[in-house]
Design a protein around this ligand. Structure first.
Ligand code: PMP
Length: 390
């Protein structure tokens, strides 16, 4: 047939045919390719076919305030949240974005625009924070908002915006707002509030909640994120932003994302196709194995440590579960520049410095492919002294 057939498999860094010591291990980016094997094992029938005559229009649903949102995607987002129990969708307005990255900017625009303040609204987040926030906030030198750093040291009166990331990138901690002043506005970034990373303790019901397929299913390349927004006027302003920025969001990407989300919802049902494994159990298992390997190495090495997390009851798993963050927030011995030390061993990580913290810390992606991760733990296990990179 004449259509673009898109299967559900991602790409892989080829590290075969190279001498192990010469391979540069890049754990700097949070590129979530670790679920590839789940999608690879999936039956052909779950692929999406988009014929040449489909989705030509800019519009998806002119009756919806978010006129570029594909109804299939809207439906599969609601079904997934109801299945997982991680967010309320009733009485919320859904805005789709080109990744949650675009929605961060759309949300900043939407809540700072009506204020008519003479000065840019400060944007804060508790350190260590996702390095994307200062970059996204300040890149265009907006007159509406301006990055103001660590929320812990913010003490000004007047309006401000606080990014609350829970579980947090980079350290996996469950977070709440820390400034708590009268004129605060909150954006909850819940990219990692999925059962493979952390216990689902209650359905979130904040004013603005951001999610992304990137960290949920691993389809970062589709660039699909969504916002659940309580206030229709805020939601409409976000839509306006996306209208001006990209005149909507790719229909092909939305349709594929809709199919992917449907599959994982189906995989969680009691009655389901016999060969469809529960996606969240499967992916939690991958992360659990990696965290075990990392902890084994770190426990036998006085140079490094990684955070510990309490057991928590997960409503989705119906059991007490461990926390397995998508990043390891690793600390080196006092006075050691950890990024530099690891770089000397051809391991690329993100320095704590870039995340509002100290050089002793690095953020390590736990979400890459298996071969690379195994090579990393192996190489980490032989770093003891400070002979290299310092
Ligand atoms: N928020 C957080 C906390 C993230 O870690 C990321 C991705 N690293 C994003 C937002 C952006 O994700 P995307 O644009 O792929 O949806």
């Amino acid at each position: 047939h004449h259509g673009v057939r898109v299967n559900n498999i991602g790409t892989r860094v080829n590290i075969q045919n190279q001498h192990p010591e010469s391979i540069i291990i890049n754990l700097d980016h949070g590129d979530p390719t670790m679920y590839e094997c789940y999608w690879k094992n999936l039956d052909e029938k779950y692929s999406v076919t988009i014929p040449g005559n489909q989705s030509l229009s800019y519009f998806s649903n002119i009756k919806n305030f978010c006129w570029f949102l594909e109804p299939k995607l809207e439906e599969s987002i609601k079904t997934l949240h109801n299945t997982v129990g991680n967010a309320i969708t009733e009485d919320y307005h859904i805005v789709v974005g080109t990744g949650s990255s675009q929605l961060i900017l759309a949300a900043l625009y939407a809540i700072s625009d009506p204020l008519n303040e003479p000065n840019p609204i400060p944007v804060v987040s508790e350190a260590p924070y996702y390095s994307g926030y200062p970059e996204i906030t300040d890149h265009l030198k907006s007159g509406l908002f301006k990055w103001a750093g660590d929320a812990r040291s913010f003490d000004k009166d007047g309006p401000y915006i606080e990014m609350v990331t829970s579980p947090n990138n980079p350290d996996g901690v469950i977070r709440e707002p820390v400034v708590n002043r009268a004129k605060g506005m909150l954006i909850h970034d819940l990219a990692y509030y999925w059962p493979q990373y952390t216990a689902i303790t209650s359905p979130a019901d904040h004013d603005i909640m951001l999610f992304t397929v990137s960290k949920c299913t691993g389809h970062a390349g589709s660039r699909i994120g969504w916002a659940l927004v309580k206030d229709i006027n805020v939601a409409k302003k976000m839509v306006k932003f996306i209208e001006i920025n990209t005149i909507g969001v790719s229909k092909e990407a939305q349709l594929r994302a809709a199919s992917i989300l449907q599959i994982i919802s189906l995989s969680c049902q009691k009655v389901k196709p016999y060969n469809l494994e529960n996606f969240f159990e499967y992916s939690q298992e991958i992360l659990a194995k990696r965290w075990k390997k990392l902890r084994n190495v770190v426990e036998n090495n006085e140079l490094f440590c990684v955070p510990k997390f309490p057991l928590q009851f997960c409503n989705f798993m119906r059991d007490f579960t461990q926390t397995y963050p998508g990043f390891a927030w690793m600390k080196c011995k006092e006075g050691v520049d950890c990024e530099k030390l690891l770089k000397g061993h051809k391991i690329l990580t993100r320095s704590g410095k870039r995340l509002g913290s100290d050089v002793e810390y690095v953020r390590i992606s736990m979400m890459g492919n298996d071969e690379e991760f195994d090579l990393f733990v192996q190489r980490l296990s032989i770093i003891h002294g400070m002979s290299n990179g310092n």
